[in-house]
Design a protein around this ligand. Structure first.
Ligand code: NQM
Length: 360
């Protein structure tokens, strides 16, 4: 099933319909999506990391969840499929897909699905309308970056087990730049845009074409990845890098987020949850840039195409104790676009002719 999840688009599969061996599965998914090819012309992928995504869903093995969700990022220009990151946007379609495929019985008005996110081991709880026991994708919820309105999918994230500040510090100096490394569902490095010599209000294209900026961001990512306990992140899609600038439209902060090479046209759900929590930690690099207080638990993250509201609260910690996230929630939307049979192409062509690092 092809679905829009939030501001991303992906192919959703039942785990049983894919090969059990991860190597065989990934080979099939590359051919399904049309990778490697900067245009993904011969597959379902949309030639951008945000539209080259896969969800693999099954009944949950454990009692604390209804379904298990594995997110796979299919690289656009390289023959690579990775489970090293989660995706909160594609997550928005998981509950509706589980009902559509009969993995979960729908209730009469709305249905709540408990989802084990296999990439991180964390749980998410999604609630969405199912009048008469069928998923209704229509509604009045609007999210920036998606035209029109749709049914809201309310997603609650119970507090995760990992530390909010994976380096143990509220600030670190990486590659000569002061940053805050944070993880509220997505490992993310917060960087003042001004420290990179940009305003933070630029269009993605202008930022992506800045070769000096790309070099500095790469250095920061490699060093921060080690400090965050992620090991060698060369070629990995995490950590994400969020450039921060003062808000311009009544929100808490403006962001431009690198995922990690292409610049996001909005922001990922878990990326935004991490930025929001990072703004609330006293002493972080967002101080003096962001204005996160004053709207209850709502932290409005501005981005290129609008904003994303994250509900989150953080217990600040003390000299002896680390800051802890109390709760995180978001309203997202999703839509079934197509349900049918995909015909994967035969074989992946030679790499060299298709290598375009900018398409990652
Ligand atoms: O952070 C893009 C997206 C994402 C991830 C990315 C996401 C999240 O917008 O939860 O949703 O950061 O690669 O789909």
């Amino acid at each position: 099933m092809l679905m829009r999840g939030g501001t991303s688009k992906g192919s959703y599969f039942l785990a049983d319909d894919l090969p059990a061996d991860p190597g065989d599965r990934d080979d099939l998914l590359l051919r399904v999506m049309g990778s490697p090819d900067p245009r993904q012309i011969d597959g379902l992928g949309g030639a951008h990391p945000l539209t080259s995504k896969v969800a693999v869903i099954s009944r949950s093995a454990g009692p604390e969840a209804d379904v298990d969700y594995l997110f796979l990022q299919v690289a656009v220009d390289r023959p690579e499929v990775t489970d090293r990151q989660n995706c909160g946007n594609i997550l928005a379609g998981v509950g509706p897909f589980a009902v559509e495929r009969g993995l979960v019985d729908a209730d009469d008005a709305e249905t709540t699905v408990r989802i084990r996110m296999l990439n991180t081991g964390e749980l998410a709880v999604a609630t969405f309308p199912t009048p008469g026991g069928r998923v209704d994708y229509t509604g009045s919820s609007e999210i920036s970056g998606v035209p029109g309105t749709a049914a809201g999918v309310v997603i609650e994230f119970p507090p995760g087990a990992g530390p909010l500040l994976p380096t143990g510090h509220v600030r670190d100096i990486v590659a000569g730049t002061e940053v805050t490394c944070v993880d509220n569902g997505m490992p993310t490095v917060l960087i003042p845009a001004s420290a990179m010599g940009v305003t933070g209000y630029e269009a993605p294209k202008d930022l992506e074409e800045d070769v000096a900026l790309a070099g500095r961001l790469r250095e920061i990512r490699l060093d921060a990845g080690k400090l965050m306990g992620l090991g060698d992140v060369d070629g990995a899609t995490v950590p994400k890098l969020s450039l921060l600038a003062p808000p311009r439209d009544g929100g808490a902060v403006t962001t431009r987020t690198f995922i990690p090479v292409r610049c996001h046209t909005s922001i990922g759900v878990l990326g935004a949850a991490s930025v929001a929590a990072g703004l609330l930690v006293p002493g972080g690099v967002a101080e003096g840039i962001a204005e996160p207080r004053g709207q209850g638990d709502r932290v409005r993250i501005e981005h290129l195409t609008g904003f994303l509201d994250i509900e989150t609260s953080v217990e600040p910690g003390s000299a002896q104790t680390a800051p802890v996230v109390r709760r995180t929630a978001v309203v997202c939307t999703a839509r079934k676009i197509f349900d049918g049979t995909v015909f994967p192409r035969a074989a992946v062509p030679p790499l060299e002719a298709h290598h375009d690092p900018a398409a990652r």
